[in-house]
Structure formats: structure tokens, C-alpha cells
Design a protein around this ligand. Structure first.
Ligand SMILES: [Zn+2]
Length: 291
């Protein structure tokens, strides 16, 4: 009887799971143009966390949601951080950032629900840091910015995520303020966003040139941190341009438009520095303007 009861229980659970899954599975996306929907489990995965500070799935609880996300809570070198004059060490020996981006890489734009992501397929874009080559894999936007400059959150931040052959991650970031001039990289994809209105929608937008996100390669912040979304993996090599870009209110609005309501503001709170070194590389003849 006990075995039968167990079987009945398992069957009920399976039926419930199947029943609950059905509405999501049958929710067909209206395809426009070349936009397609692929099942990468993105929708399910993204629904597991959000940016609502009062939610049990919000940033203050990410580390409790899954054992493999524990770094979000227990890690000691998490991102983002405050970039403040008090903690920055000005150096010049890091030299100009060696970025080699081309326009030959086919790009896919994806609506992940908590962010708009670009996949740089068969990427020919790379950067060199300390003799290691990192390939550009994906990029995405956060608004407002995740890193803060002297206590101020800016309006937007783009992250270009790179990976070395041994699996090390290096992220380049640019911060933006709302201003008169549009950002050229966002301009390249903005008109495609109406074609990926649903979570999981993606669209091949052909070869794109990521160079517009590159700012002054001589002046940048450098520190060791983490991914800013679960699983919050550490040992990520961070580079943030000192030069701040501008984005128009219309661009900002369009980047947020099709995101989930609990993730339209998708910036993780800043994390403790814990005695980490944050360097600001500048050419030697530059005055010590920490901005
Ligand atoms: Zn990011």
C-alpha cells in the first residue's frame, strides 16, 4: 500500500507539473520578420530571479535561491562596486587597453526578460590583457548603471563579456548619462527591438561593429570582481572606461520597454570592496584628475 501511495503521489506531482507547464509551452510567440523564438530555458531560468528589492527572488536573496548561486551572498569579491576617489590607486603601467574589434561578427539580439543581450557569433572580436586573449561572447545593458562614480549611479551601463580559451572571464564596461547625443552601438540594434517583444525572442541582425562602445583606451578602472547576475561567479577581470558616454531618453526607454516588469530597472546593488585594489590607469603626463 505504501508503494502504491508513493506511486499515486508521484503521478499527481507529475500531472501537476505537466499541467502547470502547459500554458507556458503553448504560449506561441507572434513572429515578425526574421525574429524567432528558441527554447534555451531562458524564460524559466530568468524567472528564478529578479530585481525587485522587496522580493524573495530579489538581489538580497539571490544567494539563497540555489546552492550554486551561494557566491551572490557569501562571495568576498563581488560586483558591482563604488568607484570612489578614496579607494582608487592611480597607475600608468597597465598601458592602453588592447581591443581589437571588427565588424565581421554575426550578431543575434535576444530578449532575456531581465536584459537585452547581444550574442557575438563566431566572434572575431577580442582583447588582450596581460598576454591573454579574450574573445567577445555576449554583451548586455543595465539601467541604471551598476557601478557608481563617486556615489552616483548613472543612467546606463553596457557590459561586453569576453572569455579566454581557459575559461577566464573579462568584462569591459561603459557608463552612460542621458544626454543630447544617441549612443552609436544602441543605434545599431534599437530598431530590431520591436521584433523581439517576448522573453526568449531572438533575431539575427547580421554583422555588427561593436567598436562604438570603446571609449578612451588610455583611461580605465581595473579590478577583480564577479558576474553581477546569478551565479555571481568570481575572478572576473573588470575594466570600466573612465570616459562616460551619452544615451538619449528614447534609447533608454526602448531598451527597457520589453523587459519583465520586475526587471526594468536591472542594476544589482553595489557590493563591499573588502580591501580589493581598484586601479585607475591613466597616461603618465595626465594630471591626477580622478573625476
Ligand atoms: Zn552585466
Amino acid at each position: 500500500m505504501e508503494t502504491l501511495a508513493t506511486q499515486v503521489l508521484i503521478c499527481s506531482l507529475l500531472t501537476t507539473i505537466v499541467f502547470l507547464s502547459c500554458p507556458a509551452m503553448s504560449q506561441e510567440v507572434i513572429k515578425k520578420g526574421d525574429a524567432v523564438k528558441h527554447d534555451y530555458g531562458i524564460e524559466k531560468n530568468d524567472a528564478e530571479f529578479n530585481y525587485d528589492m522587496r522580493s524573495k527572488k530579489g538581489p538580497f536573496h539571490w544567494g539563497e535561491i540555489k546552492p550554486e548561486w551561494s557566491q551572490c551572498q557569501k562571495g568576498s569579491m563581488q560586483s558591482p562596486i563604488h568607484l570612489t576617489n578614496e579607494t582608487i590607486k592611480i597607475v600608468s603601467e597597465l598601458g592602453p587597453l588592447q581591443v581589437n574589434y571588427t565588424a565581421r561578427s554575426h550578431t543575434t539580439v535576444v530578449n532575456k526578460g531581465h536584459q537585452i543581450m547581444m550574442k557575438w557569433n563566431e566572434s572575431t572580436n577580442f582583447l588582450h590583457i596581460n598576454g591573454t586573449q579574450y574573445l567577445l561572447k555576449t554583451s548586455h545593458w543595465h539601467s541604471p548603471s551598476e557601478h557608481t562614480l563617486n556615489g552616483k549611479r548613472l543612467d546606463l551601463e553596457v557590459h561586453m563579456v569576453h572569455e579566454s580559451p581557459s575559461g577566464q572571464t573579462a568584462v569591459i564596461g561603459t557608463l552612460y548619462r542621458v544626454g543630447e547625443f544617441p549612443d552609436a552601438l544602441i543605434d545599431l540594434v534599437i530598431h530590431h527591438l520591436k521584433d523581439i517583444p517576448h522573453i526568449g525572442d531572438e533575431m539575427d541582425v547580421g554583422p555588427l561593429d561593436p567598436n562604438p562602445m570603446i571609449k578612451d583606451v588610455n583611461s580605465y578602472y581595473r579590478y577583480m570582481g564577479s558576474l553581477t547576475t546569478p551565479p555571481c561567479t568570481e575572478n572576473v577581470l573588470w575594466t570600466l572606461f573612465k570616459e562616460v558616454g551619452t544615451v538619449t531618453p528614447e534609447q533608454l526607454e526602448l531598451l527597457r520597454k520589453h523587459l519583465r516588469h520586475d526587471s526594468k530597472a536591472n542594476a544589482r546593488p553595489t557590493q563591499p570592496l573588502n580591501n580589493r585594489l581598484v586601479e585607475l590607469n591613466q597616461p603618465k603626463n595626465t594630471t591626477s584628475d580622478k573625476n
